[in-house]
Design a protein around this ligand. Structure first.
Ligand SMILES: [Zn+2]
Length: 411
């Protein structure tokens, strides 16, 4: 058995590439691992692991060191550790209230991060791109990243065409068909690959890789901010749809005679569970923002009946929509992110009651609904994960570039 695996590994360039990818993914997801743990995790032989790790070491991407003996007989296993600063991505985020940038090393190590508040409302793509470039310039002073950069990931509060980073629609920014990826490349003066995606999709990816949904294969992530976004993981993979538009769950039409929605339709889910709905129910101005939401939380905690009722009503509509998602998707986990994570204790009762009443018993009995773990940075962390993906899928190409060799053709 072992002989066959080694033989195939040595013969086939395709297999070598896949094996390098498996090792990179294990180290990226789990941090330092012993060679023995890598053998177990990848199913590769010890000698195959040794050879492949040697390639990463030669390129300067990982180090190997002897683990301290644990008092057990035999040789201590060698621990393989990524060098995060050697392989980095630039992660950017454009959300309703802020913009953010981070330099993130392989393994998900945040080396530098900055966030700047921005006023709500329509802003030109040129202004936002200029502000992001200024934020990156600040980070760059202490953390030169370009030499080690393998790509740029961008989370944006809008509907994105993944193929070219064009933002088809971002009602909160007032954008329509804006070529964000191209503009960023020019402003950052870079030829690095730039991947742009919807911020809720990337929040889902981040929670799946590093947060509340680690290990789960079927996940619905629902993020409440001003609007309501979502990201779906189906059989371990993000559901993107034909062009990357999938997951706009805030715009499921739930209320045919309801309020007008920012998207142009009427009675979308977010008109019942979004921030404006909560503030309206609590008797506050709809554009009160985070400060007003905080006030409703404080009032509810003090027992104010109007605030308590506002949360119950939002929770009720959240449960109604969730019942539909559970029936359609059969997720093992629903992760409530963004503002929903903050208000989770206040809405969980009425939400659970609707789920109990409306979801089919079989999928309902399997699903857990939990708050997100990564907080406000989830989309930024997801943007980094998006940018790491080409490297993780095919580290061999990058190893060849690092070694200054011509790239090897895929077999
Ligand atoms: Zn809508």
């Amino acid at each position: 058995m072992e002989m066959v695996r080694i033989d195939v590994g040595q013969r086939s360039e395709t297999v070598r590439r896949a094996n390098l990818s498996s090792i990179a993914r294990e180290l990226h997801a789990h941090g330092p691992l012993s060679r023995s743990e890598l053998v177990t995790a990848t199913g590769l032989t010890r000698s195959a692991i040794r050879g492949l790790i040697g390639e990463f070491v030669a390129a300067g991407l990982v180090t190997e060191e002897r683990a301290a003996p644990l008092g057990t007989p035999g040789r201590p296993s060698t621990v393989v550790r990524l060098r995060p600063e050697q392989t980095v991505v630039l992660a950017l985020e454009i959300s309703v209230d802020s913009i953010a940038a981070a330099i993130v090393g392989l393994g998900g190590v945040v080396l530098a991060r900055a966030r700047a508040e921005r006023p709500r409302g329509h802003t030109s793509v040129d202004d936002i791109v200029a502000d992001l470039a200024a934020l990156v310039a600040e980070l760059e002073v202490g953390h030169p990243w370009r030499q080690a950069s393998i790509g740029i990931g961008v989370a944006v509060v809008g509907v994105v065409r993944r193929t070219d980073g064009c933002v088809s629609m971002a009602p909160n920014l007032g954008w329509r068909d804006e070529p964000l990826g191209t503009r960023l490349a020019r402003a950052l003066v870079t030829t690095d690959r730039i991947d742009v995606a919807n911020e809720a999709d990337l929040g889902a990816l981040a929670e799946h890789r590093r947060g509340a949904a680690v290990g789960a294969s079927n996940v619905a992530f629902i993020s409440g901010e001003v609007g309501v976004g979502g990201g779906l993981i189906v059989d371990g993979r993000p559901l993107t749809g034909a062009a990357g538009y999938a997951g706009e769950i805030g715009h499921i039409p739930l209320d045919p005679d309801g309020l007008p929605c920012r998207c142009g339709s009427v009675g979308c889910w977010e008109t019942r569970v979004g921030e404006e709905a909560l503030l309206r129910l609590a008797g506050l101005p709809e554009d009160g923002g985070h400060a007003a939401v905080d006030a409703v939380i404080r009032d509810a905690e003090a027992g104010d009946p109007r605030a308590v009722a506002a949360f119950e009503e939002v929770g009720r509509w959240l449960g109604i929509g969730l019942a539909g998602l559970v029936n359609v998707l059969d997720p093992e986990l629903v992760v409530l992110g963004g503002r929903f994570a903050r208000i989770h204790p206040h809405i969980v009762g009425s939400m659970a009651a609707q789920l109990e009443r409306r979801a089919l018993p079989a999928p309902r009995s399997l699903v857990r609904v939990v708050p997100a773990e990564l907080g406000v940075d989830a989309p930024l962390i997801g943007a980094a994960e998006l940018a790491f993906e080409p490297f993780l899928s095919d580290p061999a190409t990058w190893l060849a570039i690092r070694a200054g060799r011509p790239q090897l053709a895929s077999a």
